[in-house]
Design a protein around this ligand. Structure first.
Ligand code: NDP
Length: 330
């Protein structure tokens, strides 16, 4: 089956040369294992970090080895009592057509309860990230004014809708195109949005939030973070989720110049990684799955067809070609 391997490590924005598309033999499942025919896989911003050879909360991709990441597929052979042929599972061996893995590393998913794609997006890892970040990390409460960057993306789109539906005074989003700004306000129900490419984030945020903000959900870092520190009210909270504006920097960029305002305004900034919040998964599902089913949460997907186009989909994700979750069908 087709498999995509890491051919070289990028310096700056990744290129097609960093990937090798090969045909790998299919491994029969051993004792306690299953063989899965992948149907859809996720490309995630964090994969850019894993292309670098640096220590992090997940190990880097290895040169000459297939990449990995979230995927949903159908069990086509099973050597485990846990799964039957024909069942759908969520697992972590994307970037390949066929995956052989220990059954205990796969989670069954119900394609009748929700579309399979949703388990990689709104009901999956990005969904839980939004939920944990907003409620547990930012300690969102009714009456807060919330600003979220990357607001048309998988995580950001859910953050804003959850805040709005849980009594936010105002929800403001930023994104990188006029069409995304329209989408955020008209389809997702945010109160205000701006295109960060239209002018300084600080000016646009100040205009959108004349009374300041209480929570900043940071997906972007850089000038977005600096602007948010400026606009946060006393005792404001930042959920530091990601910093996609710097992921392709070959050299680290300078941090916010206004860090002292964290002291003056008694702000709290807290980073988090979704894998530490598995305990919230059940509550997240109970709360969010019915909203998704009833159409009260709007979610978009940008779907690229064909595993061979996965690198292209990944580049597109880093360039903002996606609205909502970026997926690759296999
Ligand atoms: P998205 O669906 O939001 O896709 C990424 C988006 O980033 C693009 O669509 C693009 O939108 C935006 N972007 C790209 N470059 C820039 C830039 N220079 N400045 C501002 N925006 C940019 O991805 P996810 O929802 O999966 O992830 C969102 C963030 O959350 C990322 O930072 C990711 O690393 C982080 N994350 C963190 C997790 C955790 O556990 N802490 C877990 C999952 C995600 P646009 O057109 O608006 O520029």
């Amino acid at each position: 089956g087709v498999e995509i391997r890491l051919a070289s490590r990028p310096n700056g924005f990744p290129t097609q040369d960093n990937f090798e598309i090969t045909d790998a033999p299919v491994t029969a499942p051993g004792e306690g294992q299953i063989l899965v025919r992948n149907k859809v896989m996720s490309v995630d911003p964090a994969m850019r970090g894993r292309m670098n050879d640096v220590k992090s909360y997940v190990p880097p991709f290895q040169l000459g080895k297939p990449l990995d990441g979230g995927a949903v597929g159908e069990v086509i052979a099973s050597n485990s009592p846990q799964f039957e042929v024909g069942q759908h599972v969520l697992h972590y061996l994307g970037w390949r057509e066929y995956a052989t893995l220990d059954a205990k590393r796969a989670v069954p998913v119900d394609g009748d309860a929700a579309p399979l794609n949703a388990y990689l997006g709104v009901l999956g890892m990005p969904g839980l990230t939004a939920y944990a970040g907003l409620f547990e990390i930012a300690e969102f409460k009714e009456g807060d004014t919330v600003f979220v960057s990357g607001a048309a993306g998988a995580v950001g789109s859910l953050v804003g809708q959850l805040a709005k539906q849980n009594g936010a005074a105002k929800v403001i989003g930023s994104a990188g195109s006029a069409e995304k700004v329209r989408h955020i306000t008209e389809d997702l129900g945010f109160d205000a949005a701006f295109n960060y490419k239209d002018g300084a984030v600080r000016d646009q945020l100040a205009q959108a939030a004349p009374d300041g903000i209480d929570v900043y959900f940071d997906n972007v870092g850089g000038d977005h973070l600096e602007a948010a520190i400026d606009e946060l009210n006393d005792f404001g909270r930042i959920a530091a989720c990601g910093a996609i504006s710097v992921y392709n920097d070959a050299e680290p960029s300078p941090g916010p110049r206004n860090m002292f305002k964290i002291v003056k305004k008694r702000l709290r900034i807290r980073g988090f990684i979704v894998i530490d919040h598995a305990d919230l998964r059940e509550k997240f599902h109970t709360d969010v799955a019915p909203l998704v089913r009833d159409g009260k949460i709007h979610y978009e997907e940008t779907v690229v067809e064909g595993l061979r186009n996965a690198p292209e989909a990944f580049f597109g994700l880093l360039q903002g070609k996606n609205t909502g979750k970026m997926l690759v069908t296999i």
